[in-house]
Design a binder for this molecule. Structure first.
Ligand SMILES: Nc1ncnc2c1ncn2[C@@H]1O[C@H](COP(=O)(O)OP(=O)(O)OP(=O)(O)O)[C@@H](O)[C@H]1O
Ligand SMILES: [Mg+2]
Length: 1042
């Protein structure tokens, strides 16, 4: 946010064109309406009270102003505070910030902003933070006791305040000292309509809890107290109760002990209660009017609270002891005098309490004497006052302002002059109004108004305000800044605004008419000794300490300093203090009388600008040079105007500035080159420079845009180009790689062909055609020979069961080797068969037949294989009876065996002998060997046998045969495989028929004309060896094999 850009009106009145009161007002108004409340005159700030919270304060803004120099950002109190703090810290110059303006113009707010800014930017740390907190917290305490609502300001400071903040060499705050000036104590006992007493009274009544109120013997109701104006007990936007708590907190932070806080509140309560002490008329015996106290309760409570004898207090309020060196005279006071004494006491107590609080704060924030300090003073003092009825207070206030104006003029001009001197610039003195004459009129030690007042107060004899006025009239009859009815009459002027008891002073800020009524009294500011003595006697430690002069041992008959003299000396100290420091001014202006936001009353403002001497200030500033700036920052700002200095400049700052300004052909009268700064005479030149700079900035912006766009396009293009090159490189590389691969493959092929061709050619050269075949045949034959001979020598044994055979040494012999193995095996078998006898052949045939019939079907077959078929198991040779049974022409018995016949009726078994001949099956009993059943083999249609281990079988007979017979026969044989094999062969031999042998678990048997279903079941294994249990149930026969 650089200078003169985005500005509303003119930010620095030095640059105002034309420089007139009207344009200045318009400029202030324009800026105010745009919420720009701050305007500069050089380094002086004008602040117009916005009467609203603007969003221009707080940490962000503090941070912003901390990083910029004075003119770089919009005018702001922060900029001024920053400049003051930085020059204090970096250049070791003590600073003072003088804040002036009318009541309600924003002085106190401005001082708080300065303090908060300094607190925010100065060092940090536990100790430093405590000091900062104490300094900041002094504000709410002093505001509670020293501020009040007035018609002009709801939070009007009723005292002047100067605060020295002390820093160490690093710029961290160490502590401070507060000086207070002239508290408006008359407010304690009386307020104008629409105004309030000091805030603390209302805060105490609203914020204290019942317990505290009781302890202080107070009622919460404001209307109970004569000193409190009941019309305005509350102020909008101000919460007395919570402010009371804030004040208590602040006092604790500052370091007040609980006891001290309690005592302060007790004394405050005492003042309130004193107001309620009512005086009544009483008459002495001699008829002289006297006074007394109407209701003793109030005064008694006061006595109890602060440890006072209430009778003594009553006496002190209603009488007065006059003491001279020789005697003591007691006079009674009438009601008016007693009331006056009471009010004087109340005012005095409060005033002293306030002073005590300020001293107590100072005690907490004071800095050890040993440390080297830098000081920043902040002066928030009442502004110039022109009321309808101006009294002693206005007189001293305006005197103070007159002095401040003197400091302002002297320091501003002095500073300006010194700067020109420092910089070696020729300087002609500028005439300005020197208010020294007015200051003299008031403060001259022998012939000043204050001196006259003191003289009148001390003078023996009849003294009154009118004798004082007469004295002034006599002394200042010819003074150009003094007027009164008398001087006007002498000059034959008629002025109805001038009262008889008035005098008028032409202050720098305007004419003010003062009424002398009360001047003597107020200047004397005497508290009857009786009262101070009673107060001193109080057991209350704080109250006691407030009245040290009440101590009879220390009582002196010497008069204390008058109020005027005290004020004059404190103003003198203040002035000395200010002169020793670098001043920074904040000129506060009140835009309207109604505390309203957005209202700008030109009439009101013009009066203030006049008495603040703003126009004069601008003129003084412009009489020399309107603008000045160090060479370095100036060059930094304007070097872009010359191609010699932009963008690079290697020379010195001053040469650079000369180069720039030389090229712009600015008249040499407009410029002055100081040692470190450039001075510009008129604002026009600065505007011209600014305009040039503005244009140049636009050009540069366009240039930057152009270069940037060019750069962007170029880099984009370069990127694209790079990418394109990369892509094409990859593509070409790939293409070449593929091409190369093809060429390589072709080359290899050609090479192979050529090499092959070459080899063949060479080969052909060395061998006859066909040698290969011969060679191959030879090699083959020799390998085959080797194989066959090897086989001959390694032949396996001739055992038919030995199936071993050597493997072929080359895979080409595999087929031949298998053939040879086959041939060898067949040969081996033939040889084995040839040596067998016919009987063995027959036996093997039977075994083969058995295998065909039962292998893989019947469980008992494997056991039958190694056992030779014997045929005769009953000893036929030794049994002629059985031999007889065989038919003569049927040859030998093929099979004779004892079998079990299953009974058809009940399934029980009985032993029989079975003979198988070539044509019949004969079944006999086992004892007599008589044939019971003879069955021709041609009658046997089918045989069923179980698949299990058992020997059960059934002979199924042809039906024709079975007519008359009993049907199929169910037998159990131990050699069932042999028996059935032999029967099969016998049937085949006898009938050329293949007997059907069915291996099954279920078959049916015909008995006579009934059919019985036989089911063979495998019982639990291990019950016995092939034992059969036959159970017949109806037409079912269940045979369990165990
Ligand atoms: N910068 C500001 N921003 C917002 N409001 C402000 C500002 N300055 C002043 N005010 C308002 O104006 C009121 C009066 O200001 P302030 O008390 O500082 O005046 P003053 O000059 O100290 O008056 P007095 O001489 O009576 O003490 C404040 O209470 C506040 O409401
Ligand atoms: Mg104030």
């Amino acid at each position: 946010m650089p200078l003169l850009e985005d500005t509303v009106g003119v930010e620095d009145l030095v640059l105002l064109e034309p420089l007139e009161e009207k344009s200045m007002l318009e400029n202030l108004q324009l800026r105010y309406e745009n919420k720009e409340i701050y305007t500069y005159i050089g380094n002086v700030i004008i602040s117009v009270n916005p009467y609203q919270q603007l969003p221009i304060y707080g940490p962000e803004f503090i941070a912003k102003y901390q990083n910029y120099t004075f003119y770089e950002l919009k005018p702001h109190i922060y900029a001024l505070a920053n400049m003051a703090y930085q020059s204090l810290r970096d250049q070791d110059r003590d600073q003072c910030i003088v804040i002036t303006g009318e009541s309600g113009s924003g002085k106190t707010e401005a001082s708080k902003l300065v303090m908060s800014y300094v607190a925010a930017v100065c060092g940090k740390g536990e100790q430093v933070n405590l000091v900062k907190e104490q300094l900041l917290q002094s504000n709410p305490v002093l505001e509670a006791f020293g501020n009040a609502k007035t018609i002009r300001n709801n939070n009007s400071s009723r005292f002047g305040k100067y605060m020295d903040i002390e820093f160490d060499f690093k710029g961290s705050p160490l502590g401070g000292v507060i000086t207070n000036y002239l508290l408006e104590k008359s407010r304690v006992v009386k307020q104008l309509q629409g105004e309030r007493n000091f805030h603390i009274f209302y805060q105490l009544l609203a914020g204290a809890d019942a317990q505290l109120l009781k302890a202080l013997k107070l009622e919460q109701d404001i209307s109970c107290y004569t000193y409190l104006n009941p019309e305005v007990s509350r102020i909008g936007g101000m919460d007395d109760a919570s402010n009371f708590r804030a004040v208590q907190r602040a006092m604790t932070v500052i370091g007040f002990s609980e006891e001290e806080i309690r005592q302060v509140l007790e004394v405050t309560a005492l003042v309130l209660k004193l107001g309620n002490v009512e005086m009544t008329d009483e008459f002495q015996a001699n008829g002289i009017p006297a006074s007394g106290i109407r209701n003793g309760k109030g005064i008694q409570e006061i006595g109890e609270m602060v440890g006072l004898n209430s009778e003594e207090l009553e006496r002190a309020l209603c009488s007065r002891t006059m003491e001279t060196a020789k005697e003591k005279v007691v006079t009674v006071l009438n009601v008016i005098q007693a009331q006056y004494a009471r009010d004087a006491l109340a005012k005095n107590i409060y005033n002293r309490l306030f002073n005590w609080i300020v001293n107590r704060i100072n005690e907490s924030i004071k800095v050890g004497t040993g440390e080297k300090k830098k000081v920043m003073g902040v002066l928030d003092i009442y502004g110039f006052e022109i009321l309808e009825d101006n009294s002693f207070e206005q007189f001293v206030i305006n005197y103070c302002n007159e002095k401040l104006q003197q400091v302002f003029i002297e320091l501003t001009l002095k500073e300006e002059q010194e700067e020109y001197k420092r910089e070696g610039i020729a300087w002609t003195k500028v005439d300005y109004f020197d208010n020294g004459i007015i200051c003299n009129l008031i403060e001259h030690n022998q012939r000043g108004i204050l001196a006259m007042l003191d003289e009148e107060c001390l003078r023996p004899g009849v003294v009154s305000d009118s004798t004082f006025l007469a004295k002034l009239n006599q002394l200042f009859s010819k003074h150009s800044h003094y007027e009164s009815k008398v001087t006007q009459n002498a000059q034959r002027q008629y002025d109805h605004t001038m009262g008889l008891s008035c005098f008028r002073i032409c202050h720098y800020a305007g004419k003010v008419t003062y009424n002398v009524a009360g001047f003597i009294d107020k200047n004397n500011d005497l508290l009857f000794r009786d009262l101070s003595q009673v107060m001193w006697k109080a057991r209350h430690p704080l109250l006691h300490s407030l009245f040290p002069e009440g101590n009879p041992k220390e009582a002196s008959l010497k008069r204390p300093l008058t109020a005027g003299a005290q004020f004059k000396s404190s103003v003198a100290i203040l002035m000395k203090n200010l002169y020793s420091k670098n001043p920074n001014y904040i000129r506060c202006i009140k835009p309207n009388e109604h505390q309203q936001r957005g209202q700008f009353s030109s009439e009101l403002v013009v009066v203030q600008t006049r008495y603040l001497g703003l126009l004069e200030n601008v003129r003084v500033r412009r009489a020399g040079y309107a603008f000045r700036q160090g060479y370095k920052p100036f060059l930094e700002r304007y070097r872009l105007l010359s191609p010699c200095t932009w963008p690079y400049w290697n020379g010195g700052d001053r040469e650079g500035v000369e180069k720039v300004l030389g090229e712009l052909s600015i008249s040499s009268e407009e410029l002055a080159y100081g040692k470190t700064k450039l001075f510009i005479k008129s604002p026009k030149t600065l505007f011209y420079l600014e305009e040039k700079r503005h244009l140049r900035l636009q050009q540069l912006a366009i240039l930057i845009q152009k270069v940037y766009r060019g750069w962007r396009c170029r880099t984009h293009y370069q990127l694209m180009r790079k990418s394109q090159i990369l892509i094409s490189a990859w593509f070409r590389g790939n293409k070449q790689k593929k091409h190369y691969g093809k060429m390589k493959a072709s080359a290899l092929l050609i090479q192979a062909f050529v090499r092959g061709w070459k080899a063949r050619k060479n080969y052909r050269r060395y061998f006859r055609s066909g040698a290969t075949l011969t060679l191959a045949n030879f090699i083959y034959r020799s390998i085959a020979q080797k194989f066959l001979l090897g086989l001959r020598n390694n032949l396996p044994s001739t055992n038919v069961l030995d199936n071993r055979w050597p493997a072929a040494p080359y895979s080409c012999f595999n087929t031949a080797n298998r053939e040879l193995q086959q041939i060898f095996r067949q040969w081996k078998c033939k040889k084995f068969r040839d040596q067998l006898s016919p009987k063995q052949v027959q036996t093997l045939k039977e075994k083969l037949c058995a295998s065909e019939l039962f292998k893989g079907k019947k469980a008992s077959y494997p056991q039958s294989v190694p056992v030779p078929f014997r045929g005769d198991y009953v000893g036929l040779q030794g049994n002629p009876k059985l031999q007889k049974l065989q038919g003569r022409d049927e040859g030998p018995v093929l099979m004779a065996e004892t079998v079990k016949k299953v009974n058809r009726g009940n399934g029980k078994t009985s032993a029989r002998i079975l003979l198988l001949t070539k044509g019949h099956v004969i079944i006999t009993d086992t004892k007599k060997f008589q044939a019971q059943t003879i069955i021709g083999l041609d009658s046997v249609a089918e045989v069923s046998v179980s698949s299990l281990q058992d020997g059960l079988f059934s002979l199924h007979l042809n039906e024709i045969t079975s007519v008359g017979s009993k049907g199929d026969i169910l037998l159990i044989s131990d050699h069932v495989v042999e028996l059935l094999t032999k029967m099969y062969q016998a049937v085949l031999d006898a009938t050329q028929r293949q007997l059907s042998v069915t291996v099954t678990e279920k078959f049916s048997v015909r008995f006579k004309d009934k059919s019985v279903a036989v089911k063979v079941i495998q019982g639990p294994v291990g019950g016995g060896k092939n034992k059969l249990i036959c159970k017949k149930k109806g037409s079912h026969l269940e045979v369990t094999v165990q």
